[in-house]
Design a protein around this ligand. Sequence first.
Ligand code: NAD
Length: 239
Amino acid sequence: MSDLGGRVCLVTGGARGIGEAYVRALHEAGARVVVADLLDEEGSALAAELGERATFVHLDVTDEGQWEAAVAASLRAFGAIDVLVNNAGIANAAPIEHFTTAKWDAVIAVNLTGTFFGCRAVVPAMKAQGHGSIINISSVEGMRGSPGLHGYTAAKFGVRGLTQSLAVELGPFGIRANSVHPGFIRTQMTTRIDPAHLEIPLGRPGEPADVAGTVVFLASDASAFTSGAEFVVDGGMIS
Ligand code: NAD
């Protein structure tokens, strides 16, 4: 049921980190993938490595115009958009009295507004097709509070809420929306965090590939009756 048989999946922030793992796993499962990222060199190299079932589009998720162009480019390349993975994200932190407006604006723009732009941009094509799966990447920080992560937490709770409203509104059109909440995963985003002090019941930090199975499931017909659901993938950390 996880055979994605040519399904077209657009992954934002797909050039590195967990996004790259989503791209590789979706491709491995038979999908055609659109790697969408700011990182032209890494994104193009990844698409080239994967071959004809992959393409790269430059995308800054905070730019509405670039979203229109990215959707048009994937429709041109593959004729559909079956799955959108809103994965692009940034993190920043500071005690609240030092949490500048610039920090707030940046983290909300990429994580929350970028996700909203993406959902809005793909829905016309998904409605026309009569099906679609929107997979919004939140975080365990969209489930709880954490010191210093004010904007990130607000954005990731926002992504969770946005996903809920989409699931309700878009279900009648055959479009599903679910959120994924990774725990500590080793990427460039987390290089400055020492996982040794984290209590992870499964006994190790997560790797990007650890989250990819959930995304492949949500892209596939194995999750055909799953919408408005929240998938925590954290080795048991917040249980
Ligand atoms: P990362 O920094 O390794 O990768 C982020 C990717 O997003 C990069 O390819 C980057 O170029 C891209 N990106 C950033 N801003 C962008 C923009 N404006 N437009 C397009 N692309 C942009 O981070 P990661 O750890 O792989 O994180 C991926 C997602 O998973 C993020 O949404 C993050 O919040 C979430 N997440 C990560 C962890 C973790 O522990 N690493 C935990 C929970 C959630």
